[in-house]
Design a protein around this ligand. Structure first.
Ligand code: FES
Length: 182
């Protein structure tokens, strides 16, 4: 988990979604994932490859998913199916910061709904929406694997924050706002 001095904001790059291509570094990272599977099963690396592509681009425009499909020798529709199934994949450009909160039952029983309301009130948006200034996108997520730390938030797909009471949520949003202005 991040401490109070850990930067939270990972800037989403401003790229033309139609012309962006996977970088040499991303392809190298995908190759490392592909190497974990038998040669005839390149497709097994699809989740990792999509995560790497999203790391680079900030979200998953269709041309990027098609490039992943070609690289893994898969039908594009099979890649779309994976990307649309998992909530961590962003199919539209997000705000500069993406905040996901788990509202599954175990978390709901431990205050996730209160935390979700606080986020919605403070940001002035609902789930799946982005603030007018483009700073934050709020996502309702599935189990983040940290049920014992509910309420649990995930910032920019990478940084987990657990046991989030309303004051801590306010502090987190203030920190994100300050970093986004820099
Ligand atoms: S149910 Fe919320 S993190 Fe598992």
């Amino acid at each position: 988990m991040s401490g109070p001095d850990t930067p939270l904001s990972t800037a989403i790059p401003a790229l033309d979604p139609q012309s962006v291509r996977l970088s040499a570094d991303s392809l190298r990272r995908i190759d490392r994932e592909v190497a974990k599977y038998p040669a005839a099963q390149r497709q097994s690396a699809v989740i990792a490859a999509l995560a790497i592509a999203q790391d680079q681009v900030g979200w998953l425009p269709p041309p990027v998913m098609e490039e992943v499909a070609a690289y893994l020798e898969m039908a594009p529709v099979a890649v779309y199916e994976v990307a649309t199934f998992y909530h961590m994949f962003q199919l539209r450009p997000p705000g500069r910061n993406k905040i996901t909160i788990c509202t599954n039952l175990p978390c709901a029983l431990s205050g996730a709904n209160v935390a979700a309301r606080r986020l919605q009130e403070k940001l002035g948006i609902g789930f799946g929406q982005t603030t007018a200034d483009g700073a934050c996108t709020l996502v309702e997520g599935e189990c983040l694997g940290a049920c014992g730390d509910a309420p649990v938030l995930l910032v920019n797909n990478k940084q987990m924050h657990g046991l989030m009471n309303p004051d801590q949520i306010d502090a987190l949003l203030d920190q994100l706002a300050a970093e986004t202005k820099r």
